[in-house]
Ligand binder design. Structure first.
Ligand SMILES: *Cc1c(COP(=O)(O)O)cnc(C)c1O
Length: 440
């Protein structure tokens, strides 16, 4: 399989190159040249397959012959070593829990798969690969956890000093080994700028292999299509052969990578009637759906902070999948946006009704699903994606649910570990010197 750049000014490249570059030279994002369609026999028996078996079938279709089947099976087995349950909430409403990985956010799926795939693609090199990632919280922890202990790879996680929550900071700084946590005297944007400067530094990239692990990397995107198939396989609406209600997924969106995974699943044959793109008040996408005009905006802080994005980086990919036609967008996707008050109220209400506690991101998706189901003219099976465990946001949750004090073992364990990080100024030379020292 070759991967082309959405800007079409750079040549199509192999999987290895697409993964190692992250971003194409022309600034575009890599997309598979063709999306394979999975055979009807796969969907017929999908409810009898394990998650690993389903993922292997999908991964083989997207990665073609670039990775031998046995290797791919191993990567999948290690990446998905946690459960992804589908829970039923009464009439035709389901929740797909994506937060049972080591950092308790759905980003674990992509980060774990990417780390192992990179390690395989890089296996014949004798120098270490240096992976840079800038984070405002969740991404850095998932990437650090995903790469920890992966041989031949050094990871540099840049986080803005004093601007990530204490729990998030622990999740970034307590790994040791091949994970180097760097506290930058600056903002998230400064961290991002520094990583870009390193990637653009010829002298550095000539001396040491260097790449980035942010969400634009195709290796993080492909595994994000797997769990849409899992959900379909586990719907207890009778066998796949029988007539079942049309399927709708509501996805809590920020950079729209998760939704892109769903759209790729549908392009590969998964029968989905509609996707609901649910956002907080950072509503660039809903406005685009209304007007047909894409206008990036500065991001606004909300309680679903992993979705505070004013210029979603995967828009270019969705635009490709939709053939750049607004009619196609409107046929495939419905977009809604919600305020923090709406979100808090939904969390409180569902908790009172059935005891289930949603996190602020999943709650936005729940609101979107509910709205779609009440407005649509026929009955559907609705699934909303729950992307983080509520215990990741204790301050917010305690304001909504009085006696909230959940602390799962994964998070408890992190709190007990010792932090280790280096502080650097907002200065490319300092960062460069640090990377060079690690590579000595
Ligand atoms: C990153 C994140 C999102 C947004 O996902 P995108 O792929 O960026 O749209 C939603 N919820 C949580 C908890 C996240 O960490």
């Amino acid at each position: 399989m070759l991967y082309y750049s959405t800007n079409r000014q750079s040549p199509a490249v192999s999987l290895r190159e697409a993964v190692m570059r992250g971003l194409a030279e022309d600034g575009g994002l890599y997309m598979p040249e063709s999306v394979p369609v999975l055979p009807p026999s796969f969907f017929k028996s999908i409810d009898k397959l394990t998650h690993d078996e389903i993922a292997l079938e999908v991964a083989r279709a997207f990665l073609g012959d670039d990775v031998p089947e046995g290797v791919l099976a191993g990567i999948i087995n290690e990446s998905l070593d946690f459960m992804i349950p589908l829970k039923r909430f009464g009439a035709n409403v389901y929740c797909l829990e994506l937060f049972h990985g080591p950092t308790m956010a759905f980003k674990d799926v992509g980060a774990r798969f990417m780390s192992r795939l990179m390690s395989y693609l890089y296996r014949n090199e004798n120098r270490a690969l240096n992976v840079l990632v800038a984070t405002s919280g969740d991404t850095g922890s998932a990437v650090a956890a995903g790469f920890h202990g992966v041989e031949g790879i050094n990871v540099f996680v840049l986080f803005p000093g004093g601007k990530v929550s204490p729990l998030q900071q622990k999740q970034i700084t307590t790994w040791g080994g091949n994970i180097y946590a760097l506290e930058v005297d600056g903002s998230f944007d400064d961290c991002q700028k520094l990583t870009k400067q390193m990637l653009g530094d010829r002298q550095l990239s000539d001396s040491f292999p260097l790449t980035s692990a942010n969400s634009i990397n195709i290796a993080r995107l492909i595994p994000q299509s797997f769990y849409y198939f899992f959900a379909f396989a586990r719907l207890d609406a009778g066998g796949v052969d029988e007539a079942r209600l049309p399927l709708v997924f509501s996805v809590p969106c920020g950079n729209f990578g998760n939704l892109t995974g769903g759209l790729m699943a549908r392009a590969a044959g998964l029968p989905v009637l509609r996707f609901v793109a649910s956002t907080n008040i950072n509503d660039v996408f809903s406005r685009f759906m209304e007007t047909g005009e894409y206008k990036p905006a500065a991001s606004i802080a909300t309680i679903s902070n992993a979705m505070d994005v004013g210029d979603p980086s995967n828009f270019a990919r969705i635009n490709e999948l939709m053939g750049k036609k607004i009619e196609n967008f409107r046929e495939s996707i419905t977009a809604y946006s919600y305020s923090d008050d709406d979100t808090s109220a939904a969390i409180g209400k569902l908790h009172a009704a059935n005891g289930y506690i949603m996190d602020p991101h999943g709650a936005v998706a729940y609101l979107g699903l509910r709205q779609f189901m009440s407005e649509y003219h026929e009955a559907v099976n609705g699934i909303f994606l729950e992307t983080a465990h509520p215990a990741k946001f204790p301050e917010t949750m305690q304001q909504i649910i009085d006696d909230f004090d959940d602390l799962p073992p994964q998070l408890q364990e992190v709190l007990n570990r010792k932090e280790k990080f280096h502080s650097i100024g907002n200065d490319p030379e300092e960062l460069k010197a640090f990377i060079e020292e690690v590579n000595l």
